[in-house]
Design a protein around this ligand. Structure first.
Ligand code: SF4
Ligand code: SF4
Length: 449
């Protein structure tokens, strides 16, 4: 096992970390497949409003590759298809039947799996709705089934304490995880399994299979960061990656022949009593996850991580890939004579605030504490970037339409962690700028191809 130590990053000093306690939250009358959060997918609808569907029925496919199917996370009736600006499909909502029916697929035994060709296995995963769980660097797009990656990276655990603990989602699922790894190993000669920190007692079955032990602060466990620090050839830039929980999903789907919709989510409302792991289902409505809690209008829901996720509303649904839900305060946090205070309780990386020198966990809110100002060349953004990009210069190149220069600075290595924006004292949305540029560059490349 190789130890990869990531030196740059940020230690999450945010209060309200989910405990390893689990609570079951399945009750919901509707679920939805969130479409507009799927990267670079052009949906070709296969259902219309009013249609009956089972768990695992195809709802749409990708126009660029119609073999890649996106399946229903619930059984019932398609009650609404919501469109956003320019008729972009946002979500397909399913009103659930009391007893949900389930599509079934052929199940695999270990022997059958080992004798299935790579192409048939890939085709099987596309039909079973599992393919979108496998992503490809550097754009984080859904993996190109026609490509052959030099390695597939599996992440177990995260340096972000608001993501699910691997010990929690692996417990009792060891058999499916192992089966999922076996299936993935049919698609690449090299499977890299990364564990964050030390493997705890009770997970000895991983001792043989974990290839990389990751240490460091957020976002040390991001596959793009690990790859950046370990790659030896340019071919590795297009490696595939997948989260440990999704490997379990693949194993379960292949072994049982049913489309798995169960999901462990790390939930935090900032309080120690409510922040925990929730055993729920994909596509659940967010407010159903917080049933029984009093969540006022002065709160903001964030899905996917405080620094890299999206702000959303409580009547939205859980995306296919998301596993972290946070509810943070949006109340104005202005303090009387705030500029005279030492900032003991203000979350920041700036050494001008005393909180930097304390290890206490602090509450988080959406207050920016100021307006956007010109760059002061402080270098904070570069000092935290885990893949050694100079975010300020890369963004300046992009604003001047110098894409080649931005690429030379390492635009494609960016892992979209959001740290550079967080630390910037001038409140410049560097990460957003880099994310948009990467998206446009990917679109351009695909138009040319
Ligand atoms: S440029 Fe910013 S968003 Fe990109 S990896 Fe570096 S710190 Fe993260
Ligand atoms: S952190 Fe902000 S102000 Fe400082 S160099 Fe980077 S962009 Fe400029």
């Amino acid at each position: 096992m190789k130890t990869v130590r990531i030196k740059k990053g940020w230690r999450f000093k945010i209060a309200g970390r989910p405990t390893d306690q689990q609570e079951i939250r399945l009750a919901s009358q509707t679920v939805a497949l969130v479409v507009d959060k799927l990267p670079f997918v052009k949906p070709l609808l296969l259902v219309k409003e009013g249609d009956s569907v089972n768990i695992g029925s195809s709802l749409f496919s990708d126009k660029k590759n119609p073999d890649i199917k996106f399946l229903s996370p619930g059984g019932g009736r398609v009650s609404a298809i919501h469109y956003g600006p320019r008729r972009v499909i946002e979500e397909i909502v399913i009103s659930l039947d009391k007893s949900e029916n389930q599509e079934t697929f052929d199940a695999f035994t270990e022997k059958a799996l080992d004798h299935t060709s790579r192409d048939s296995l890939i085709a099987g995963l596309m039909t079973r709705g599992m393919w979108p769980l496998i992503r490809q660097l550097p754009f984080r797009s859904i993996a190109d089934p026609k490509s052959q990656p030099s390695a597939i990276w599996i992440s177990l655990g995260s340096a972000d304490p608001f993501q699910p603990l691997s010990q929690v989602y692996l417990k009792g699922q060891e058999e499916f995880f192992t089966f999922g790894v076996r299936a993935l190993s049919r698609m690449s000669d090299r499977i890299n399994i990364c564990w964050y920190g030390d493997i705890p007692p009770g997970f000895d079955f991983l001792n043989e299979s974990v290839t990389h032990r990751i240490t460091g602060e957020y976002p040390a466990t991001d596959p793009g960061v690990v790859l950046y620090h370990t790659k030896t050839t340019p071919a590795e830039n297009q490696d595939w990656y997948i989260n440990g929980q999704d490997v379990i999903g693949i194993g379960k789907c292949l072994k049982t022949g049913v489309y798995p919709v169960d999901r462990i989510v790390a939930f935090s409302d900032g309080t120690p009593e409510n922040s925990r792991h929730l055993k729920t289902r994909t596509g659940i409505r967010l407010q159903d996850l917080a049933a029984g809690l009093s969540i006022g209008p002065d709160k903001q829901w964030i899905v996917g991580g405080i620094l890299s996720g999206d702000a959303t509303a409580s009547d939205k649904y859980l995306d296919l890939n998301q596993t972290s839900i946070m509810i943070v305060d949006v109340s104005p946090q202005s303090e009387m004579f705030g500029f005279l205070r030492p900032g003991l309780h203000r979350l920041s990386r700036s050494r001008t605030l005393i909180s930097t020198f304390s290890s206490a966990l602090l509450p988080v809110n959406t207050d920016m504490h100021g307006e956007i100002r010109p760059c002061i060349n402080c270098g904070y953004c570069a000092s935290v970037c885990p893949v050694d990009i100079l975010p300020q210069f890369t963004c300046k190149s992009l604003w001047a339409d110098e894409i080649e220069e931005a690429l030379a600075y390492g635009l494609l290595d960016c892992v979209e962690c959001g740290l550079c924006s967080f630390v910037c004292p001038s409140k410049i949305e560097l990460a957003e700028c880099l994310k948009d540029a990467r998206k446009h560059y990917h679109k351009e490349l695909n138009q040319v191809a």
